[in-house]
Write a protein that binds this ligand. Structure first.
Ligand code: ADP
Ligand code: ZN
Length: 628
């Protein structure tokens, strides 16, 4: 229902209810007999003027000898009854119950009335109600200032937002140099990763006001309220600039607009979103208001929100790794007394998958438990107990990661990384992590050495082998495949297809474009060229061969360097995230040990039986050890 429809319907309902009430009263007056005093009635009764009465509760309707009907109120029916009988009055009666008409009127008129009022109010922005709800929602709070030091384990993210703080502190410096000041920042990440905390810290560091509102607060039952709230929020903020507006869960209003015919609620949402876009575009350079929005669903956001000049800066907050959790533990345990037996790094290791909020919650729970047990300090046992409680909650929400999944992911990612490391003509590793992000359980990031414009066949073939590395590692270690590799396979298949049908890199198929690229590398939207059944078959066979070769190569490399695979996976399980240097360290350790082992074997073969004490044995020594 749009605004005008609501208004009309509301007016009609009000009219009906008022008419109904007036009508009923007129009807009552017409049909209800006149009322007489009880005294007058009694006088008539003793004079024998009353022929019959009808009793209902305390109300008595009487007909007198001249056929007039009147009503009277009887204080005590039991007292009156003998008199009636004495005077031979015909008595009828009925149980005391409201008539169905009056029930209807009593029940429905107020409902109609309220519904009408509601519709009318909602059609023009909630009338007075918004005046009361708005300011309380976003009181700028300068007390309880949060600083960057309170946001632990996200140094890179803080570096990214430092510029914003600098701008808020000294906007003139920015505009003097003609720089475009930041306007909107989108923080993305699962709940509890510190998005709100970071936004508050930016305000705290810059010491500016902080306005906070939830995306869903805009989308109320009252039509048009969202849009007017947005306008009000911005005008309020501009008055108090410099300041920060924080919109949590922006996906509630910022979801993709439907474009076509829309239902009532999405109509309302679009109005709100449009109002937001208008306000953000309307900022002049002099207005030092920065809008920070948070979401867990960047994928469903309307692209209009992400355009330049709007939320053009996107920052991802991931779940913390071991080190991150340790930092967060350190921040939060500052406020409590901890026992000397408590090793925070051990706690950090024992809570994989915990978000920052979970860690904060853990510290709090542990402190409460210690207090309940009348302890002077929070001990490891309290943390253990609190941990079990929180993990149970996480398991219920299906976000706890099982140890089995972690191992699987660690080997999978290690597989990618090792294949990439051992092949030449590949991009160097940037980072490996088994911290889930989005739908991916883990991630192996490579950085291209330089911006590549063309790709050699060797590079592409290696990319396929790297992509197959995760699956190969799972096959080798667990002797099974999991669906975790589906995205890798899809990617590899895309590369193989282009290699053969677009880039003419297969001697078997030749330099024929069987597919036209609509975009460049790995872009979607290719067009197929008509081909014979036989060619189609040859292409399929060739794609299959290229992919299979990649898979075999990955498997072969991992078999050969089996011990490296175990070492890297173990390192991942302990640290969760490894950067390039740390991977290199594991690699060099592996090489050194392999070399020692090789020397040892050589000595044994020569009849020398002295065993160096420093040697550590891998769980399953393989042939790989001899070959390095
Ligand atoms: P989000 O907005 O991403 O859902 P919050 O910012 O509301 O998460 O985090 C909730 C609480 O969790 C914070 O108030 C803080 O106590 C704790 N927390 C989350 N991330 C961190 C972090 N990186 N450092 C310290 N505390 C954190
Ligand atoms: Zn993978």
């Amino acid at each position: 229902m749009n605004v005008n429809n609501r208004l009309q319907a509301g007016m009609l309902l009000l009219l009906f209810s008022v008419l109904g009430l007036v009508g009923y009263n007129v009807y009552l007056r017409e049909t209800t007999p006149l009322e007489r005093s009880y005294n007058a009635f009694l006088a008539d009764l003793v004079q024998g003027n009353i022929s019959k009465v009808h009793v209902q509760g305390h109300m008595l309707t009487a007909v007198d000898s001249s056929r007039n009907t009147f009503r009277t109120y009887v204080p005590e029916m039991a007292v009156l009854l003998p008199f009636l009988l004495d005077n031979d009055v015909a008595i009828t009666g009925k149980e005391l119950a409201p008539s169905s008409t009056s029930t209807f009127i009593n029940l429905f008129v107020p409902v109609l009335f309220l519904a009408g009022l509601w519709l009318i109010f909602s059609s023009h922005g909630g009338g007075q109600s918004k005046k009361h709800t708005l300011p309380s929602r976003f009181i700028p709070s300068k007390n309880q200032r949060v600083m960057f030091a309170d946001v632990a384990g996200v140094i890179e993210v803080i570096e990214e937002v430092e510029e914003v703080v600098a701008f808020l502190k000294n906007p003139e410096k920015f505009s003097r140099l003609g720089g475009r000041p930041p306007k909107g920042i989108l923080l993305q990440g699962v709940p509890g990763t510190g998005k709100t905390l970071l936004a508050k810290a930016i305000a705290g560091e810059a010491s500016v006001s902080f306005y906070s509102i939830g995306g869903s607060d805009f989308v109320e039952i009252f039509a048009g309220v969202g849009a007017s709230r947005v306008r009000e929020l911005f005008s309020e903020a501009k008055k108090n600039a410099p300041c920060i507006i924080f919109i949590d869960e922006i996906d509630a209003i910022g979801g993709r607009r439907s474009g076509g015919h829309s239902t009532g609620s999405s109509d309302e949402r679009e109005q709100t979103l449009n109002a937001l876009l208008v306000e953000m575009d309307g900022f002049s350079t002099g207005e030092n208001v920065i809008v920070i929005a948070a979401t867990n669903r960047p994928d469903i956001l309307d692209p209009a929100l992400l355009r330049p000049g709007r939320f053009d800066r996107q920052i991802t907050l991931s779940l913390p790794d071991v080190k991150g959790r340790l930092r967060i533990l350190e921040v939060h345990t500052k406020k409590i007394v901890i026992a000397p037996d408590l090793v925070l790094s051990a706690v950090a290791r024992s809570i994989p998958g915990f978000s920052g909020a979970d860690v904060a919650n853990l510290v709090n729970e542990a402190a409460l438990l210690a207090a309940r047990h009348n302890k002077d300090a929070v001990e490891m046992a309290d943390f253990e107990e609190a941990k079990d409680k929180i993990i149970m909650g996480l398991a219920r929400k299906n976000v706890a990661i099982s140890e089995k999944d972690r191992r699987q992911t660690a080997y999978h990612e290690a597989g990618h990384a090792i294949v990439g490391l051992l092949l030449t003509d590949t991009d160097p590793i940037h980072k490996i992590t088994i911290i889930p992000r989005g739908r991916a359980m883990g991630l192996t990031q490579h950085i291209p050495l330089d911006e590549r414009y063309t790709y050699s066949k060797q590079y592409l073939v290696n990319r396929i082998a790297i992509l197959m590395g995760g699956r190969a590692a799972e096959q080798l270690v667990f002797n099974q495949f999991t669906s975790g590799a589906s995205n890798d396979i899809l990617h590899a298949t895309e590369i193989a297809t282009k290699l053969i049908t677009e880039w003419g890199m297969s001697t078997e198929i030749g330099p024929v474009a069987y597919q036209y690229a609509a975009n460049n590398f790995l872009g979607h939207g290719s067009q197929a060229r008509p081909r014979s059944e036989m060619t189609a078959q040859r292409i399929d066979t060739e794609i299959h061969r290229v992919l299979e070769t990649g898979a075999q190569e990955a498997l072969m490399l991992l078999k050969k360097h089996n011990r490296f695979l175990h070492k890297l996976a173990e390192a991942l399980l302990v640290n969760e995230t490894l950067d390039a240097e740390e991977v290199d360290l594991v690699y060099r350790n592996y090489l050194r040990e392999s070399e020692l082992e090789r020397q040892l074997r050589a000595r044994e073969a020569n009849g020398n039986t002295i065993i160096p004490p420093v040697l550590s044995h891998s769980p399953q020594p393989t042939e790989a050890a001899h070959e390095i």
